[in-house]
Design a protein around this ligand. Structure first.
Ligand code: ASP
Length: 309
């Protein structure tokens, strides 16, 4: 049997040890562990990598702690605009949604775009029409209200600042979520979900729903989910760049991921990180920020739930 494994992230950023209370730290770790275990259980039971990454991301979206689903940040007009994507490394099928609201689990809508439409990427009103056609429940705005996120928004609303929240306030961070997995058959998949940037406007979309930038999976090489300053991750075509280095330069998963996060993306001043898995179940989780909420579990017995360097 193939070594199977899963890795998840809950965003990267200025996460310095001692900044959070031990209780808060435990809360984050507990939420990560819950998502990790749920995804891993699917793999143990012979489920596919696609199912495992969707399940892990659904659980992270349901937590108010992360900037995705329930805990999504506020836009300049005090609304939520969420983005998500998923990719199946076996078939290269992919689905993505952008600028959606009221959907509890954007990653599942992305999966439905992949499975139930002829398209890859649906955005805004059209994506919402698609959701309604599939009888998705539309949640009230109050479902997505989180005081911490609202306070973050209050601080910069009415300014032109729509930078990623960590560059505005020293102690904040990215909170996008993602998962990558390799199943018992050696198939891999990746999923990513985000509320984007606090105070974003003009229909701004980051890397998270963009296949090749924030999310990518190909059984030939690797499955990747990114978090960080989306504009730079788009310009660096980060997720696909890791796959290219493996395919064309014969780099290992770790070498390729490190090259992109510590060298290539830093050269254009991009900060953030990624989680990666290959078809042998190897895992890499590099980041160039102070910390990244992350966790991984493999059938070889290794398990980690980490925040700091
Ligand atoms: N990459 C996301 C975006 O730019 C933000 C994040 O990772 O938290 O929308």
């Amino acid at each position: 049997m193939n070594t199977f494994s899963i890795a998840i992230h809950g965003g990267a950023g200025t996460l310095v040890k001692g900044m959070m209370t031990p209780e808060k730290e435990q809360e984050y770790k507990g939420a990560l562990k819950l998502a990790l275990d749920a995804g891993y259980l699917i793999l143990v039971n012979g489920g596919s990598a696609v199912e495992a990454v969707e399940e892990a991301v659904v659980i992270l979206e349901n937590s108010h702690l992360f900037n995705a689903g329930k805990g999504s940040v506020f836009t300049a007009t005090e609304t939520h605009e969420m983005d998500a994507s998923i990719m199946d490394g076996k078939t290269l099928n992919a689905g993505a949604v952008s600028l959606i609201n009221g959907i509890k689990n954007p990653v599942s809508l992305a999966k439905d775009v992949m499975r139930k439409s002829e398209h890859v990427f649906l955005a805004g009103d059209g994506a919402m029409q698609f959701a309604k056609q599939l009888n998705y429940k539309i949640e009230e705005d109050s479902y997505f209200y989180d005081k911490f996120r609202h306070d973050q928004w209050i601080e910069i609303k009415d300014t032109d600042s729509f930078q990623l929240d960590h560059s505005v306030k020293k102690d904040s961070k990215f909170g996008t979520v993602g998962a990558v997995a390799c199943d018992q058959n050696g198939n891999i998949a990746a999923a990513t979900s985000t509320g984007g940037m606090t105070n974003k406007k003009w229909g701004r979309v980051g890397d998270s729903p963009m296949i090749g930038a924030g999310n990518y999976a190909n059984n030939k090489t690797c499955a990747i989910s990114c978090t960080g300053s989306g504009e730079f991750f788009i310009r660096g075509v980060v997720a696909y760049d890791v796959a290219c280095l493996m395919e064309h330069k014969n780099m290992s998963l770790k070498e390729a991921s490190d090259e992109v996060i510590y060298k290539r993306i830093l050269k254009i001043k991009g900060d953030g990180g990624l989680i990666a898995v290959d078809t042998k179940g190897n895992i890499a989780m590099p980041f160039n920020t102070e910390g990244m909420y992350r966790a991984s579990k493999s059938s070889n017995g290794k398990e980690e739930v980490l925040i700091y360097k």
